[in-house]
Design a protein around this ligand. Structure first.
Ligand SMILES: Cc1cc2nc3c(=O)[nH]c(=O)nc-3n(C[C@H](O)[C@H](O)[C@H](O)COP(=O)(O)OP(=O)(O)OC[C@H]3O[C@@H](n4cnc5c(N)ncnc54)[C@H](O)[C@@H]3O)c2cc1C
Ligand code: FES
Ligand code: FES
Length: 474
C-alpha cells in the first residue's frame, strides 16, 4: 500500500482554527499556514512591528516574546523559530502588550529608559521582553542570574552595563497576572498538515497514518527550516500536548523525563539529581531556547554535537520507544547508529528517557567546550559517571560528543582507567575510541587535544578533598 492511501483518513475533517491569547486578547486564525513563524505573523499579518528579526535563527534575541504559562510563569522565547501552530492554546505577550497604569510605559520600560539602556532600537524590544520575563520570575539580581537571563540577547554595541542596571532595578517586580490561555482538550488539525494530538493513542495512530510527517517538539531545531531556510516542513505531528511525553516522574532510584518536557521544566529535577548539570544546562542555548527546546528533540535530532547525549550516555539513560505495536526499552548506547541515523523505527516515537540516580560513592561531571561561552553548540562535550570505593575508581562510564559521527562512549579509555586508575593518563587510549574530523569548529587534532585536556580537568576535580581518591601526578 502506498503512502498516499495511508494519508487519507483525515481530509474529511474540517481544519481547526488556531486559537491563542495575544497581549490578553483572544486570537482565532484560519487561512494562515500553521507553518508560518510567529514572528512573520506578528509583523506581516498583525502589523506588530515592535518584535524584530535579527538573525532568524534563534541566536540574537531581537525577536523575543514572552510565553505566559497557565501556572503564571513567564518565559522568554524566540518568535522567529516558533511555528504558529505551536502557539495554539498558549498565551503570548509582545512588547506592544507591555503597558503601565493608564497606558503609560510599563515599569520594565521605565527602568530601561531611566538606566539609559535603550540603545539601538533593533535589539531593545527583545531586551525589554527578556527583562519582563526575568522580573516576573521574582529572581535575584545577582550577576550570574542576570547574565543567564540576558545570554539570549545579543548587543553588538557593547552596551550591556546599563541593561544590567535596568535588570537590577526590575528584579522581583510585582507583575500583574496574565489572562489564562485558551484551553483545548481534543486533538487539533490546522490546514491538514499540522496535527496536534492530545493523547498518546492519537499520536501513535497519526505516526502510522501520516508517514511523511515529522515529529515536532519545541522546534528549536526544526523551526530553522521555516525561519532561516524558508522551507518549513510540509507536515508535522506536534508532540507537546501529549501527557505521557510531558510528564516527569521520580522515585528513590531513577528519574523519568518525558521526551517533550522542555529544558526549562526538566532543569530543576535534573540539577537536583546531578548538580554538575547546573552550569552545563545554563550553557545549552539560552533561556529563549530552553523555554521550548526538549531533551527528546536533542536525542531525536541525533546531532553528533548535541549537548545531552554524552551526558545521558554517561548516566546510563534508557529510552522508552512506543508505537501502535507496543513499547520497547532501548539503552541510549544502542540508539545512535550512524551520522544522524538512529534505531527509531518509522512508526515509533520517543516517549521518555530514564536515568538511575547516583548511588553513594558515585559522582557525575560534565564539560562543554565551544567557541563562545553562551548560546553555542559544543565543539567537544563530555559526561562522566564514576563509582569510587576506598579511594579507588571502581566503575566508570564516559562519553564524548563532537569526537565521532555519533555521540559515543569511550570504551577503551574507560578500560584503561579501570586497569591503571589514572584518569589523565587514560587519555592515551582516546585514539582507539575516536577519530574526530576537521570542520569549522575545530580540527580533529584540536578535538583530540581538547578531549585529553578534559580528562586532565576531570582528574583535577576528582583530586579535590571531597573525593577520597588516590591522586595521580599530573
Ligand atoms: C540558537 C540555538 C542555540 C542552540 N544551542 C544548543 C546547545 O547549546 N546545545 C545543543 O545541544 N543544542 C542546541 N540547539 C539545538 C536545539 O535547541 C536542541 O537540539 C533541542 O534539544 C531540540 O529540541 P526541540 O524540542 O526544539 O526539537 P525539534 O526541533 O522539535 O525536533 C528536533 C528533532 O527531534 C525529533 N523529535 C522531536 N521529538 C521527538 C520524539 N518524541 N520522538 C522522536 N523524535 C523526536 C524531530 O522529529 C526532529 O527531527 C540550539 C538551537 C538554537 C536555535
Ligand atoms: S531573530 Fe534573532 S533570535 Fe530570532
Ligand atoms: S542595543 Fe542593538 S547593538 Fe546594542
Amino acid at each position: 500500500m502506498g503512502c498516499a492511501s495511508l494519508q487519507r483518513p483525515y481530509p474529511a475533517r474540517m481544519a481547526d482554527r488556531i486559537r491563542f491569547s495575544l497581549n490578553d486578547r483572544p486570537v482565532e486564525l484560519s487561512g494562515v499556514s500553521p507553518m508560518t513563524t510567529l514572528l512573520d505573523w506578528l509583523r506581516d499579518h498583525r502589523g506588530l512591528k515592535g518584535t524584530k528579526e535579527g538573525c532568524a535563527e534563534g541566536d540574537c534575541g531581537a525577536c523575543t516574546v514572552v510565553l505566559e504559562r497557565a501556572d503564571g510563569r513567564r518565559e522568554a522565547m524566540n518568535s522567529c523559530i516558533v511555528l504558529l501552530g505551536q502557539v495554539d492554546s498558549q498565551a503570548v505577550r509582545t512588547v506592544e502588550g507591555l503597558l503601565g497604569p493608564g497606558g503609560a510605559p510599563h515599569a520594565v520600560q521605565v527602568a530601561m529608559a531611566d538606566s539609559d539602556a535603550t540603545q539601538c532600537g533593533f535589539c531593545t524590544p527583545g531586551f525589554v521582553m527578556s527583562a519582563y520575563a526575568f522580573a516576573a520570575g521574582g529572581e535575584k539580581a545577582d550577576p550570574e542570574t542576570i547574565h543567564d537571563a540576558l545570554a539570549g540577547n545579543l548587543c553588538r554595541c557593547t552596551g550591556y552595563r546599563p541593561i544590567v542596571e535596568a535588570m537590577t532595578r526590575v528584579a522581583g517586580l510585582a507583575i500583574e497576572p496574565a489572562s489564562p490561555p485558551p484551553r483545548r482538550t481534543a486533538a487539533a488539525v490546522f490546514e491538514e498538515n499540522f496535527h496536534a494530538p492530545r493523547t498518546l493513542a492519537e499520536l501513535l495512530k497519526l505516526r502510522v497514518e501520516r508517514r511523511g510527517a515529522v515529529l515536532l517538539a519545541g522546534a528549536t531545531d526544526l523551526g530553522l527550516l521555516a525561519s532561516r531556510s524558508r522551507k518549513p516542513p510540509r507536515s508535522v505531528i506536534h508532540v507537546a500536548h501529549v501527557p505521557e511525553l510531558t510528564a516527569i516522574a521520580e522515585d528513590k532510584e531513577q528519574i523519568t523525563i518525558g521526551a517533550a518536557v522542555t529544558y526549562a521544566d526538566a532543569m530543576p529535577v535534573l540539577i537536583a539529581a546531578y548538580p554538575a548539570l547546573k552550569t552545563y544546562l545554563a550553557r545549552l542555548g539560552s533561556r529563549q531556547i530552553r523555554t521550548l527546546g526538549t531533551i527528546g528533540g536533542n536525542i531525536g535530532t541525533a546531532s553528533p554535537i548535541g549537548d545531552m547525549p554524552p551526558v545521558l550516555l554517561a548516566l546510563e539513560a534508557k529510552l522508552l520507544l512506543v508505537s501502535t505495536r507496543g513499547a520497547r526499552e532501548l539503552a541510549l548506547d544502542d540508539f545512535f547508529v550512524g551520522y544522524r541515523k538512529t534505531a527509531l523505527a518509522a512508526d515509533e516515537v520517543i516517549q521518555s528517557l530514564s536515568m538511575p540516580k547516583l548511588w553513594p560513592g558515585e559522582v557525575f561531571f560534565c564539560d562543554k567546550i565551544s567557541k563562545r561561552r553562551d548560546q553555542d553548540i559544543s565543539t567537544v562535550a563530555a559526561g562522566y559517571r564514576l563509582r569510587i570505593k576506598n579511594g579507588k575508581i571502581e566503575d566508570v562510564r564516559m562519553a564524548f560528543g563532537g569526537m565521532a559521527a555519533i555521540p559515543k562512549r569511550a570504551h577503551h579509555v574507560e578500560a584503561l582507567l579501570l586497569k591503571d586508575g589514572l584518569i589523565a593518563a587514560s587519555a592515551s587510549a582516546l585514539p582507539l575510541d575516536f577519530e574526530p574530523i576537521d570542520d569549522w569548529r575545530g580540527t580533529g587534532a584540536y578535538r583530540m587535544k581538547v578531549a585529553a585536556n578534559l580528562l586532565r580537568r576531570l582528574a583535577v576535580r576528582i583530586a579535590e578533598p571531597e573525593f577520597p581518591v588516590e591522586v595521580e601526578a599530573l
